[in-house]
Ligand binder design. Structure first.
Ligand code: FAD
Length: 300
């Protein structure tokens, strides 16, 4: 089964709808930290106790109903409140299409402003996940508009995009997470070969670090992690200027190893009923994940 097949499945609206009723099936519980806020708080408390910071993602994307987008905004406020109440060390990651971007930019901006106001009061940080290329330029545009008022917001840049390196220019000084990119994009805009994507990843990390911007290196790829460790050491980049990030449930040993070596490490912790698209993208990335998906199916 190929990457394209799972990326195709990830967009299937009927399966996505049914999956919400299934609970965390197909092995999703290995990579999704529960369905409720209480469950995700418990998972993060455990991570914090082990020296790992977190960023919470309330799963869901490509929302087309106004009410759903408004509920998503309120859910983010509840999450910020729960982080404060439970005194846990976690940022929040959001997707603009969950907050109504496909319905209207104004609705999405209203949601973002409410979230950022509360986050600022609580001393928290909001990261805007990068979605597919159809939303890329508008996401960057919204980020720049929000940055005029808020300094507690950043975004994600994808190294599979051919323009990724140049697109860093207007983002100097803004906290960025660098990733390879999780969506299926046309060869006209995105590199298709791992070698090109990896090389661009390193160039983007080095450029943003050299420009003084806080950089999150978000990958499970040990070769890239080692290259970044060498670069930061040789160029005297202070450890406060960067951090490593990985997804919940992936390479836990390496997550702890990096934290034990003294690097800031942040786990991306997704939760919620809307796990289907996220889970399919993880299957697309790494076919080995199918093994625990099948085990999950059998044990149900
Ligand atoms: P891959 O290219 O998948 O793997 C490279 C190599 O690493 C493999 O060949 C293998 O040797 C090793 N490896 C990888 N996984 C494992 C494993 N589980 N066990 C053992 N070895 C392994 N994408 C977006 O488009 N937008 C986002 O906003 C976004 N946010 C993200 C946030 C975080 C914290 C992370 C970690 C990823 C995010 N992604 C996002 C997903 C990202 O774009 C990639 O799709 C995903 O991380 C897979 O690429 P990779 O860098 O981990 O390396």
């Amino acid at each position: 089964m190929s990457r394209h097949f799972f990326l195709f499945l990830s967009k299937n609206k009927a399966l996505n709808k049914s999956a919400k009723k299934w609970g965390l099936r197909l092995g999703a519980a290995k990579v999704v930290a529960g369905v409720t806020i209480d469950e995700v708080m418990q998972s993060i408390q455990q991570l914090n106790e082990q020296g790992l910071k977190a960023t919470i993602d309330h799963l869901g994307e490509f929302v087309t109903e106004r009410e759903e987008a408004e509920n998503a905004g309120s859910a983010c406020l509840d999450i910020l409140e729960a982080i404060k109440r439970n005194n846990i060390d976690s940022h929040v990651s959001v997707k603009l299409t969950k907050l109504g971007l496909d319905i209207s930019r104004e609705l999405c901006m209203e949601n973002m402003r409410s979230i950022l106001d509360v986050a600022k009061t609580n001393g928290n940080f909001i990261n805007i996940d990068m979605e597919d290329y159809a939303h890329y330029h508008e996401t960057l545009d919204i980020l720049l508009e929000l940055r005029q008022k808020y300094d507690n917001v950043g975004t994600v840049m994808q190294s599979y995009l051919r323009s990724g390196l140049d697109d860093l220019d207007p983002l100097q000084g803004i906290p960025l997470r660098i990733v390879k990119g999780a969506y299926q994009e046309d060869a006209a805009v995105a590199y298709q070969d791992k070698e090109d994507i990896d090389a661009n990843f390193l160039c983007m990390v080095e450029k943003h670090l050299r420009n003084g911007g806080h950089t999150a290196i978000a990958t499970h790829d040990h070769t890239i992690i080692e290259a970044v460790q060498t670069f930061t050491r040789e160029n005297n980049i202070p450890t406060e200027q960067f951090e490593f990030q990985m997804l919940y449930g992936f390479r836990q040993e390496l997550q702890h190893q990096l934290a034990d070596e003294g690097y800031t490490f942040r786990t991306y912790v997704p939760f919620g009923q809307d796990w289907y698209g996220y889970f399919m993208r993880r299957l697309a990335e790494r076919p080995q994940n199918i093994v625990f998906a099948v085990r999950g199916m059998i044990s149900k």
